[in-house]
Design a protein around this ligand. Structure first.
Ligand code: FES
Length: 148
């Protein structure tokens, strides 16, 4: 990579390799540890900030340890127009944390994410790999109970 390209996300094959490495770390550790970011930068010969940029760009990657169950509520416009704010509030009330936080017992992490491809059944959320749609505040408590 030339000097003029520093700070730009890796492209093409380089980015593919990096994503594969980051996904493996995410699956193995449950997040992408700082030390892994440094090692990946060295092995791919890119800057640490480039690797960090990729690791923080994708919502399926996390640079901090997450809880056993990861709740991701869609924050994109179609869900917003179907009252996703009410769903976010319901989850906050139910588990006592805000987006970006993890419960003290480590059972839940709560994140907001971009569209998860369920816009026609908005508002939608993911819990781990499970998609939940047509959400209402009344459904939230019941859904979360099944993950406790
Ligand atoms: S906008 Fe929410 S799932 Fe697509």
């Amino acid at each position: 990579m030339s000097k003029g390209q520093e700070g730009v996300l890796p492209q093409g094959k380089e980015q593919e390799n990096l994503l594969v490495m980051l996904e493996r770390a995410q699956s193995e550790f449950g997040y992408v540890p700082e030390e892994f970011i440094v090692e990946a930068a060295h092995s791919l010969n890119v800057s640490i900030s480039e690797v960090y940029g990729v690791a923080t760009f994708y919502s399926f990657l996390s640079t901090k340890p997450l809880g056993k169950n990861v709740i991701r509520i869609c924050k994109s416009l179609p869900c917003y127009l179907k009252n996703s704010q009410m769903i976010i509030k319901s989850v906050e009330d139910e588990i006592g944390i805000k987006p970006g936080e993890t419960t003290p017992d480590g059972k839940f992490s709560f994140e907001l994410t971009n569209c998860i491809g369920a816009c026609d059944e908005a508002p939608a959320m993911l819990i781990n790999n499970d998609v939940h749609v047509n959400l209402t505040p009344g459904k939230i408590s019941q859904i979360l109970k099944s993950y406790k």
